[in-house]
Design a protein. Structure first.
Length: 250
């Protein structure tokens, strides 16, 4: 594990980062889904829709939704599976017990079928045997982990040969003008929105800073290749504000 890890624009001792990130998501958990809608002006649904449509589903699929938070991706995947007349074993894995609890209650309140399991675990050490899952999905989660290389290695380890990896994450707008406008919006508006809606500007400042510190498209693709993924590619959405990286476990 590296000795330090970025926490927004700060470098924290790696041992402290996980607790700091858990603190952020404990604070935002109750307002998380609402804030996502407001911050992205609803775009999160479009980006997540693209991800869910990209996942190669089949009957009996075993899939992990890592850093799955309140289970939004799992719920969309369950809907798509049901539409296709298929069933699967979908598990939400997250380091924040608060996010998992909000998710479990939300599924219960809406009468949605619960995932097979809500698993309290970090992406760096997954409680699954080698080569045991068909698909690994991580949405807006990879930039929060303490050890990116270890998290990618774990994804690779738990996937069966030929298993699919999908990472939806904020990335870099390819147009410099859009990049500047997006930067101004993120730093000026999002922490204020966080203060107004969730009474917490600092956590949302962290979210914005963590986006800037995350490897851009090409660099993330190279990190995936170093972890042993083949056929790595990515698709940009909203001009590269968000990218979907895909890879296949060799
Ligand atoms: C921005 S939320 C994304 C939630 C969900 N995937 C979505 O798209 O709505 C990021 C999640 O990553 C989780 N997380 C942070 N560090 C983690 C780690 N090392 N391992 C697993 N989950 C982690 C947080 O607890 C949080 O729920």
């Amino acid at each position: 594990m590296p000795s330090t890890s970025p926490f927004g624009f700060q470098e924290l001792p790696a041992a402290d980062k996980a607790a700091a990130v858990r603190g952020v998501f404990a604070k935002v958990a109750r307002r998380y889904d609402l804030m996502n809608d407001l911050m992205s002006a609803g775009w999160q649904h479009v980006w997540k829709h693209h991800l869910v449509q990209s996942v190669q589903l089949f009957n009996g699929i075993r899939l992990l939704d890592v850093a799955g938070g309140t289970g939004h991706i799992t719920q969309l995947l369950q809907q798509r599976l049901a539409k296709l007349g298929m069933v699967g074993d979908l598990q939400v894995v997250d380091a924040s017990i608060d996010m998992l609890r909000v998710g479990r209650d939300r599924f219960f309140d809406h009468g949605w079928p619960q995932p097979t399991a809500w698993v309290d675990s970090v992406a760096e050490a997954l409680p699954y045997p080698d080569a045991s899952v068909d698909a690994y999905v991580i949405a807006f989660g990879l930039r929060n982990v303490t050890d990116l290389a270890q998290s990618l290695a774990e994804a690779r380890r738990v996937l069966k040969p030929g298993g699919r990896f999908y990472c939806l994450e904020f990335s870099r707008p390819t147009n410099p003008l859009l990049n500047r406008a997006y930067d101004a919006y993120s730093f000026a508006v999002i922490p204020r929105l966080g203060q107004l809606v969730a009474g917490d500007a600092a956590s949302y400042r962290y979210l914005v800073e963590s986006i800037r510190r995350f490897p851009p498209q090409q660099a993330l693709a190279e990190r995936m290749q170093s972890a042993g993924f083949a056929q790595v590619d990515w698709v940009n959405y909203s001009g590269g504000i968000v990218a979907l990286h895909r890879g296949v476990a060799g």
